[in-house]
Ligand binder design. Structure first.
Ligand code: ING
Length: 311
């Protein structure tokens, strides 16, 4: 019996700095209702889906920074998402800025949660690979201060039995690092949900714009194929507070093929019937890890952080 999960990628257009959560949540509930009408059982939203991508600004007032964070989840402003999940029988991935008190101190993470069709939070992930910088960089046309506002994730790359399969999560820059997908692949992941906020233009080097979309797709297609998993990548897109953010939300099959892709830079739904067994032959042949991997030669991957060239 095939296990088909109809998945919807719910791309969001720009969210303004002062846009109230209720307005963004309203847009997202509308996409959930459209997803339900198209037979979807699971919806993927972008990274930091409740607010504008605030790491583009250098903000010194921590109270102002904390305005972009959620102190509890769910909370009254996002509750309509959880109510819609239950009402429509939909699970969802939601990216947001998490502010939490743990072990006696306040911590800030770039987080994603997995919510099932009953509206229960069944999984949490905290972004491990934080790109950008921690101090103001005058050379940049816009900042990318994720290393200032977030701590690196402390949960690793877990996978979760949910929606009839084995689901994993990552966030934006994580998709560029093969370790992200491989750690989940070693746990049998069948579908990886990820959101992204990626500027169209490179802020620190001369780079042709077409490369941005190529690198985005290549990263997800490679992750999908090399681990025999579906990958659903969903953008916060469009001209957001003066910075053009890349669209191109897509659904990638375990073969590495892009089977659905957004056409616009706004709120847009892409939907595909994902056969969760489609990656089985890949996991049993070319990427049968147990049969083919030689971990005795991979030591540097976890024993060394940076490059050490030969003498
Ligand atoms: N954004 C970008 C991303 O990884 C980036 C940052 C873009 C880093 C291109 C390197 C190259 O897609 C986030 N939010 O990680």
């Amino acid at each position: 019996m095939t296990r088909v999960l109809t998945v919807a990628g719910a791309q969001l257009g720009p969210i303004a700095r002062d846009e109230p959560r209720s307005q963004a949540v309203g847009r997202m509930v509308a996409l959930m209702e459209k997803a339900h009408a198209k037979g979807a059982g699971f919806v993927v939203f972008p990274e930091l889906a409740l607010t504008t991508f605030f790491p583009r600004w250098f903000i010194t007032d921590q109270a102002e920074v904390d305005r972009f964070f959620e102190a509890i989840m769910p909370n009254p402003e996002v509750q309509p998402l959880f109510d819609a999940a239950r009402r429509l029988g939909l699970g969802f991935y939601l990216g947001y800025a998490e502010r939490v008190r743990e072990a006696g101190r306040v911590r800030h993470f770039n987080t994603a949660i997995l919510v099932d069709a009953s509206g229960a939070i069944v999984g949490r992930y905290r972004k491990v690979h934080l790109p950008g910088h921690a101090e103001f960089d005058p050379k940049r046309p816009w900042q990318h201060l994720e290393k200032r506002y977030f701590e690196p994730g402390d949960l690793g790359f877990p996978v979760f039995r949910a929606m009839g399969g084995i689901l994993g999560m990552c966030i934006c820059n994580d998709r560029r690092w093969p370790e992200t997908f491989r750690v989940m692949g070693l746990q049998g992941v069948e579908l990886v949900a990820l959101g992204y906020n990626t500027p169209v233009r490179n802020a620190v080097a001369r780079e042709s714009e077409h490369l941005r979309m190529m690198h985005n797709q290549m990263s997800m297609q490679a992750g999908a194929y090399q681990n025999g998993t579906w990958v659903v990548g969903v953008a916060k897109a469009g001209a957001e507070e003066g910075v053009d953010m890349m669209a191109g939300s897509c659904i990638v099959a375990p073969t590495g093929e892009i089977v659905a892709q957004a056409m616009t830079e706004g709120d847009e739904l892409i939907v595909y019937d994902c056969d969760l067994d489609a990656g089985r032959y890949i996991k049993e042949t070319v990427f049968n890890f147990a049969a083919h991997r030689r971990i005795e030669h991979y030591g540097l991957i976890t024993s060394q952080t940076g490059v050490v060239p030969p003498a």
